[in-house]
Design a protein around this ligand. Structure first.
Ligand SMILES: C[S@@+](CC[C@H](N)C(=O)[O-])C[C@H]1O[C@@H](n2cnc3c(N)ncnc32)[C@H](O)[C@@H]1O
Length: 306
């Protein structure tokens, strides 16, 4: 996922090799992760694809089946991985993830502590943000989940950037070895207020914490606890609306949520040198699959004691 060359530079120009994980893309809502093996085959409704045909091709290539069907072979970026990973828990999605990475001020070289690891959806993006020389230490008290996450980080090439620990963070807090070491801390726990005192100890001066909670009652309790050691406490709910924009006529689109917008822009076709007399209408509407409430993100900065 994040090939790092010997000089610690990230390289995105690699070609597909045996053993690589690729995201086989049929369309935006139909993708799956596949490990490339010399004798492997992928069979789907488009036919049979031989892995051996994929080796040596650039990520992003279009490849063909025995029947002339095609798929694209994409690199398993954190954005795509979040969409194809196996859900062992509830996960964070792209809108929340982007907001978290930005507001936690995560840049290459940062040390980030996280709990719980869950399915590792957020962790993959944290790892890319701290690469090539930062590190994410993520903890989950569920041994099997931690082991599966470790395997996933191996598969996606992130294991040098992430360490998964098994620990009850609400009961024991983060390990003492991290005291004053973390640039940021992320909590996705059922009772985050229990882990906040420990988070305040592992953060460096000026470090930022984020806690994700699905319920506002959890947020209220966390904010109450945050007040003793943190400042600039703010809670957000990130709502994402996808839009579909296409040419057509009004009748062809039944609008269910009143979100249809019509543009009068006339477009001209010049294919045979003649202009089409029929004006084309560009329409846009909210995609019905828009994801609603996922949770609340509470951010807070450690109070400066110096
Ligand atoms: C909702 S999942 C986290 C999902 C993750 N943010 C993602 O994007 O994939 C919450 C995780 O917290 C873990 N957990 C719950 N209580 C915990 C505790 N006291 N200490 C450590 N992990 C805990 C659970 O085992 C679960 O895997």
């Amino acid at each position: 996922m994040l090939p790092v060359d010997p000089t610690n530079k990230l390289s995105f120009n690699r070609r597909i090799m045996e053993g690589d994980l690729v995201v086989v893309y049929e369309r935006y809502d139909s993708m799956k992760p596949v490990k490339v093996t010399e004798n492997g085959v992928l069979q789907n409704r488009f036919g049979v694809f031989k892995h051996s045909d994929w080796i040596g091709k650039a990520f992003g290539s279009k490849v063909f089946s025995n029947k002339g069907g095609f798929v694209y072979l994409l690199a398993p970026t954190p954005e795509l991985w979040t969409l194809v990973l196996s859900h062992r828990t509830q996960i964070l999605y792209i809108a929340d993830i982007s907001f978290v990475v930005m507001y936690l001020e995560i840049v290459p070289g940062c040390v980030v502590l996280e709990s719980g690891t869950g399915s590792g959806s957020l962790t993959t993006s944290l790892a890319r943000a701290v690469a090539p020389n930062g590190h994410v230490f993520t903890f989950d008290f569920h041994e099997q989940r931690a082991a599966s996450a470790r395997e996933d980080f191996e598969r996606t090439g992130l294991s040098s950037l992430v360490t998964v620990g098994v620990r009850d963070i609400q009961g024991e807090g983060f390990p003492d070895e991290f005291l004053g070491q973390a640039d940021s801390v992320f909590l996705d726990l059922p009772q985050p207020w229990l882990a906040i005192p420990s988070a305040s100890k592992v953060l460096q001066q000026d470090g930022v914490l984020c806690s994700f909670s699905p319920c506002i009652e959890q947020v209220q309790r966390s904010c109450e606890t945050l007040k003793s050691h943190f400042t600039d406490i703010r809670t957000f709910e990130v709502l994402l609306h996808a839009y579909e924009v296409r040419e057509g006529n009004l009748e062809s689109w039944q609008d269910s949520d009143g979100g249809l917008h019509k543009s009068n822009k006339k477009r001209q076709r010049s294919g045979n040198g003649l202009e089409s007399s029929k004006p084309k209408t560009i329409m846009a509407r909210r995609n019905g699959e828009t994801r609603g409430h996922t949770g609340y993100l509470t951010f807070a900065r450690l109070k400066c004691t110096m």
